[in-house]
Each structure stands twice: as structure tokens, then as C-alpha cells.
Design a protein around this ligand. Structure first.
Ligand SMILES: C[S@@+](CC[C@H](N)C(=O)[O-])C[C@H]1O[C@@H](n2cnc3c(N)ncnc32)[C@H](O)[C@@H]1O
Length: 266
């Protein structure tokens, strides 16, 4: 693993308990994001032999699936300012994943000319999005694609985060959700084509509502002042929880932004 040469401390929110419970949530409920993995494949198209850059890889839940699709001739570079989140990923993947402990807005990798960049659930944590868009552009080849799946401003999930996660999460949740307008301006300013946006909803599946409550408690690292039940009730207040014959599903709406790196003008 390669560390950022510059200071990244303010970005390392996902450390200690926050990072450990996120990891526990996905270890306890490994199949919960099957739909989200399908969504990544549908929009990113990680084909054999391609080179993909991942921004805010977290503990590598998507990295493993991307690297599998890229195969032995491809390369995934997983980046995240929280090196703790990236522990084990590089060693586990036997060389198919390279890991860099860097934040998106100060990204400076010895590898360039990526075919695509992917980020899920991380952009709202990036404080300087203009610098991040520029830095990702600098690492892409012309025609390279940038695909983001995230929570956008003004959506029900944004309200859920601002109302409940901001007060229940052990680190708080001080973030800046993207708007379509700002994302479009960012692309125009930093060398990307006009982006396309798609609203998507994935189903996070559980056996019981109690499992869902516990997953949310872990994933969003609630303090001891909040119970699994509190987490379930807040999710039900803001989002849809349905029984669909296969158990319980939390419907999780996100927005996907897709854009393409413009040719570099001299
Ligand atoms: C909610 S997690 C998402 C992790 C992973 N993509 C997933 O979907 O499971 C958000 C991640 O964004 C990372 N992050 C925070 N600030 C960042 C920044 N400035 N640049 C890149 N990633 C950042 C955090 O360290 C964390 O791992």
C-alpha cells in the first residue's frame, strides 16, 4: 500500500469504530448489496483487461467484484484516504488490486491512462469536488469514463442522512451532497463531457426487520444511545421497507452520474 505524501487527516473519518462497524456490517450480511454489485456492472462495464480507478473504495466490497471482472490482464487501483479501510485488500487480491491511501482531491498516482473511474457512496464525503474531478480527469485517458453512484441533494436518502445519521453516527455526518446542476458544472470546468444522470433504486435484502435494524446500526456506526430498533424506525420513516416474498428489503435510491473524458487540447 502506498500512502499519500500530503496530510490527509481531515478526510479520515472512516477510522477506528466507524471503519470497524462498517466492515462488520458487510461481514455479517455479505449478500445485502447484490443489487448494488449488479448496478455497478450495469453502469461501469468492467471488462476483461481494462484499467479501472476506484475512488473512496472503503473496505473493498466493490473492489473485489470489479477486480474479478477485469481478470488477470486488467488492473484495479483502489484509493481511499482511510488506509484502515483498505487493510488486507491488496494482499488478498494477489496483485490484481493496487491500493493507494489517497483522497480524491489530492490524488496523484504513479499510474495514469485509466479506461474508467468508479465511485460509490464516497463523493458526498469529498470536500473539494472541483479538485477531485480535475484529479480524476488527469488520471484518465481521453474517452475514459467516470461513473458515480451516490446520494444526491434533495433526495429522500439525503434527508435520512441529515435527519438521523448526522445525529446517530459516532463520527457525525458532515457532508456535501452533489446536485445535478453542480455535477454538470464540475464536468464542464474540469474536462468532462456533459454528464448523464439516472435514478436507480437497489434492494438491500434481509431475512427480518430486526436484521435490517442491526445492519443499519453497524453500517452507520450508531452510538450506544441508539438501538437497532431506533435505526429501523428512522429508515422506515424516510425510506421504503417492503416484504417481497424473499424476506425484507430496504429500497435504497441513488443517482448514477456517467461522463466521458474529453480529448486533451494543446
Ligand atoms: C460510505 S463509504 C463508501 C465505501 C465504498 N465505496 C462502499 O460503497 O462500500 C465512504 C468512503 O469515502 C471515503 N472518503 C472520504 N473522504 C474522501 C475523499 N476526500 N476522497 C476519497 N474518498 C473519501 C471514506 O474514507 C469512506 O471509505
Amino acid at each position: 500500500m502506498y500512502m499519500s505524501p500530503s496530510a490527509i487527516e481531515p478526510e479520515v473519518v472512516f477510522s477506528g469504530r466507524r471503519s470497524a462497524t462498517y466492515r462488520d456490517a458487510l461481514h455479517l450480511f455479505p449478500d445485502v448489496w447484490r443489487d448494488d454489485i449488479d448496478l455497478m456492472r450495469r453502469f461501469l462495464h468492467p471488462l476483461t483487461g481494462k484499467r479501472v480507478l476506484e475512488i473512496g473504495a472503503g473496505n473493498g466490497h466493490f473492489s473485489r467484484a470489479i477486480a474479478e471482472d477485469l481478470g488477470p490482464t486488467g488492473l484495479l487501483v483502489a484509493t481511499d484516504p482511510s488506509t484502515e479501510q483498505l487493510d488486507d485488500l491488496e494482499a488478498e487480491a494477489g496483485g490484481r488490486i493496487k491500493v493507494f491511501g489517497q483522497a480524491a482531491h489530492t490524488l496523484d498516482l504513479p499510474i495514469r491512462n485509466f479506461d474508467a473511474a468508479w465511485s460509490r457512496g464516497a463523493v458526498h464525503h469529498i470536500s473539494d469536488k472541483t479538485a477531485a474531478w480535475k484529479a480524476v480527469a488527469a488520471h484518465m485517458q481521453p474517452g475514459g469514463r467516470f461513473v458515480i453512484a451516490d446520494i444526491f441533494a434533495g433526495t429522500r436518502v439525503a434527508a435520512y442522512f441529515d435527519d438521523f445519521i448526522a445525529r446517530s453516527c459516532c463520527t457525525g455526518h458532515e457532508v456535501a451532497f452533489l446536485s445535478r446542476e453542480f455535477a454538470t458544472s464540475l464536468c464542464a470546468l474540469t474536462g468532462w463531457e456533459e454528464p448523464r444522470f439516472t435514478d436507480v433504486t437497489t434492494r438491500w435484502r434481509f431475512r427480518t426487520k430486526a436484521d435490517l435494524g442491526h445492519f443499519l446500526w453497524l453500517l452507520f456506526s450508531a452510538t450506544e444511545a441508539f438501538s437497532d430498533d431506533d435505526c429501523l424506525i428512522a429508515a422506515e420513516r424516510h425510506l421504503d421497507v417492503v416484504a417481497d416474498g424473499k424476506g425484507i428489503a430496504l429500497l435504497w435510491p441513488m443517482t448514477v452520474m456517467e461522463t466521458t473524458r474529453l480529448p486533451i487540447r494543446n
